[in-house]
Design a protein around this ligand. Structure first.
Ligand code: 4AD
Ligand code: MG
Length: 432
């Protein structure tokens, strides 16, 4: 007999097939039992009728408990009443693994309880939907960069340098040397861009940030493109095309997941329309002050209420350009006519989801870069390889980093970033 996945049921209407699944839920009366079946590809209903299967199989079906694993045999039928559109008329049920007192029941549970049971919570329909969107964002990322002539390059995870500042580092022993978990692959991606032109990375990054917010993870995944012979204006175009492509592909391929999450698709469609608005840091500060924010002045970094207010002034993601030099990393290229700001941009997502991209044009001049390295208290010796890139055929180059989980949180429309990654590492949590 043919073993199929639930998602493929539409191709087997009228045929008898076998499905390996878990029982997500069950309702039964004296003569009929309805099994809510889950196999990781989709959910659908299985119907067991006592008169059709006989006493023994019906009793087995009636006794199934939540999360019991089963092999179901039956005929696929159309089911116009369900969202999925198909069901299975069951002729046999074989129990594979029993499940007793499954801790996550259909009733409401507190967040801590669910986080303690993350290994099981992942089986729920909402978490499944979020992971489908995560999968699509990753798939579309590779498609976008492959379509646009980028080469995927993998920077190291264990490093000797700290590109995004030295306070948020995870330190570890590298034999008799100190090493850090990567905060960003950028510096290595700059080397790769000088070797291969247009490159992108996709990998885990680590920040020992003491922030307990709904936007921060300790371990998160970042996509970092880096482009040789490219100024910031062109990089912004790549960024908005990339983000619009992600949203477009989720709309095209994740209809079911967006329905489960009750995401407003009309809103998402707006985010695919280019260009995205651009506002300078100066103008953003002025906008905030004009609207009664008295807790911010020129030179400060934005907090989450500031970013949310700025985002709400636009209908689409918005680029904030040219931040003060003093609050940005050492490698950013200074503005050509002003020495207090750098050529950079953050992309702020709508609806209060905050910064999803940070990027900039990079300093290309050897001497200027060395001054910056010293000013930031970094070691000239440790960064000599990075300085080399300015010694041998230095070119204008720009790049950016998109926080995968920030993007997923926003596109999914969920409350908290912890649900955008299978096993979140948070300030007070490294379990399970
Ligand atoms: O703005 P960030 O720190 O930029 C960089 O790391 C650059 N080196 C990127 C580059 O130019 N190649 O981080 C980039 C993005 C942020 O915009 C945000 O989306 C995400 O990474 N991010 C986090 N996501 C989850 N949890 C955290 N603690 C994050 N910190 C940054
Ligand atoms: Mg940033």
């Amino acid at each position: 007999m043919k073993r199929i996945s639930i998602i493929d049921a539409k191709d087997y209407v009228g045929q008898t097939v076998e499905i390996g699944a878990w029982v997500a839920n069950k309702r039964s009366s004296g003569k009929i039992a309805f099994l809510q079946l889950r196999d990781g590809t989709a959910y659908f209903q299985g119907v067991v009728v006592k008169n059709e299967v006989g006493e023994e199989i019906f009793e087995t079906a009636k006794g199934l408990t939540q999360e019991t694993s089963v092999i179901i045999t039956g005929e696929i039928r159309e089911d116009s009443r369900s969202h999925f559109g198909y069901e299975i008329g069951i002729s046999n049920v074989e129990v594979v693994g029993e499940s007793h007192e499954y801790p996550i029941t259909p009733k409401e549970h507190g967040t801590d309880f669910l986080m303690d049971h993350r290994h099981l919570w992942l089986r729920s329909s909402k978490q499944h939907a979020i992971m489908l969107i995560r999968n699509e964002v990753i798939r579309a990322t590779y498609e976008f960069f492959n379509n646009n002539g980028f080469i995927k390059v993998d920077p190291p995870i264990l490093t000797g340098s700290a590109p995004e500042g030295t306070t948020e580092l995870f330190e570890t022993n590298y034999f008799d040397q100190k090493a850090y978990l990567s905060q960003s692959g950028q510096l290595y991606m700059e080397a790769a861009a000088m070797a291969f032109g247009k490159v992108f990375s996709f990998g885990p990054t680590f920040r020992a940030e003491k922030s307990k917010t709904r936007r921060h993870l300790i371990e998160f995944w970042m996509i970092e493109p880096e482009m040789a012979f490219m100024h910031q204006e062109e990089s912004l175009v790549v960024q908005e095309q990339y983000v619009a492509f992600l949203v477009q592909n989720v709309l095209e391929h994740c209809d079911y997941a967006l329905d489960v999450l009750e995401r407003d698709k009309e809103l998402l469609k707006k985010y695919t329309q280019l260009p995205f608005p651009r506002i300078t840091y100066d103008d953003a500060i002025e906008l905030l002050i004009k609207n009664g924010f008295d807790d911010i002045k020129w030179g400060d970094d934005f907090g989450s209420p500031h970013e949310t207010f700025i985002a709400n002034s636009f209908e689409k993601p918005v680029f904030i350009l040219n931040y003060p030099k003093a609050i940005k990393p050492f490698y950013m290229k200074p503005h050509p006519t002003r020495d207090d700001v750098v050529i950079c941009a953050d992309l702020i997502a709508p609806e209060g989801y905050g910064e999803i991209i940070g990027g900039s044009e990079r300093e290309t001049d050897y001497d200027q870069l060395l001054v910056q390295i010293k000013k930031f208290g970094l070691s000239e010796e440790e960064y000599s390889w990075y300085l080399d890139l300015r010694k041998y055929g230095s070119v204008p180059h720009s790049g950016f980093g998109l926080g995968l989980e920030r993007a997923i949180t926003w596109i999914s429309g969920i409350e908290h970033i912890r649900e955008a990654i299978p096993f979140p590492r948070l300030l007070n949590r490294i379990y399970p």
